[in-house]
Write a protein of this length. Structure first.
Length: 278
């Protein structure tokens, strides 16, 4: 067997190449290791800053009220109750607590802007049309057609003075700067059942929540879960957000209507303060 001996003719050149390779490897090590550590360090500092800013809440969800009922529309030509469309509606009143940081009104706990977005609705039943939008509080408890929110967003007009209040149109989304009125929303499950015909035996129909029982509509199928984000900008220019996940309790609606209240407490109902430089 032959032995092969390799002899490097230019030792200085080989040594220089090895140094270059070592430098390149060190650069790669710095980029992938040290930069990763720096990112983790920055992320940790950001989380600490967010926690510090949210240590003392400014806004929270104070309480929520629901009024739920239903309605039926007779689409038959001779009003024979042979072609009925049934819809279910719930009116929501969401109260904002702005006294968490101070009992006095300040730029920090008064509202400059308020809007709702990221609206989504889920039910077990997939029929009909589901809508969530602003509803004039003067029409709360009454069946009313509700339109889809434009661009899936509801922008509220902020009332700052009594004079503004006197001239305000409450058919448009309205909220008081001092949080003294609730966010008023209307949920409508339109045409959840169509072509419903009243039996010849009864020939009567209820135009409230009782119609759901008369038409054998399961509450489990139509109970809605509402998801949306409430955004607040205070008069100091700080931004806050709360992600609402709300299942509307329809128990009792078979009796005609249901009125429920939900008192909230704990940090899970507090608005999250956004950090502008993150």
């Amino acid at each position: 067997m032959k032995n092969f001996n390799f002899k490097i003719k230019n030792v200085k050149l080989a040594f220089a190449i090895l140094i270059i390779i070592a430098i390149v490897l060190l650069l790669f090590y710095y980029i992938f290791i040290f930069s990763s550590l720096a990112s983790k360090y920055n992320f940790t500092n950001q989380m600490i800053e967010i926690a510090d800013e949210n240590e003392k809440a400014v806004f929270g969800i104070q309480k929520i009220f629901f009024y739920s009922s239903a309605n039926a529309v007779d689409n038959s030509d001779n009003q024979s109750l042979s072609n009925m469309s049934i819809s279910q509606f719930s009116d929501l009143s969401i109260y904002i607590d702005n006294s968490l940081s101070s009992s006095d009104l300040t730029d920090e706990n008064t509202i400059k802007e308020l809007y709702i977005d990221n609206i989504s609705i889920s039910t077990n039943s997939q029929t009909g049309t589901k809508i969530l939008n602003y509803k004039n509080p003067l029409n709360s408890g009454k069946y009313q057609e509700v339109e889809q929110a434009e661009n899936n967003r509801i922008d509220f007009n902020i009332i700052n003075t009594n004079k503004e209040n006197e001239s305000n149109d409450y058919d448009k989304p309205t909220f008081y700067s001092d949080c003294s009125n609730p966010i008023s929303l209307g949920y409508l499950y339109k045409d959840l059942l169509t072509n419903y015909s009243v039996s010849d035996n009864s020939k009567t129909i209820s135009f409230n929540g009782k119609v759901l029982k008369e038409a054998n509509i399961s509450l489990e199928d139509i109970t809605p879960t509402l998801n949306f984000t409430i955004h607040i900008v205070n008069n100091s220019g700080e931004k806050f957000a709360y992600n609402m996940n709300l299942t509307v309790d329809l128990n009792g609606i078979y009796d005609g209507y249901s009125y429920k209240g939900k008192t909230t407490s704990g940090t899970e109902y507090q608005f999250f303060k956004e950090i502008n430089n993150l």
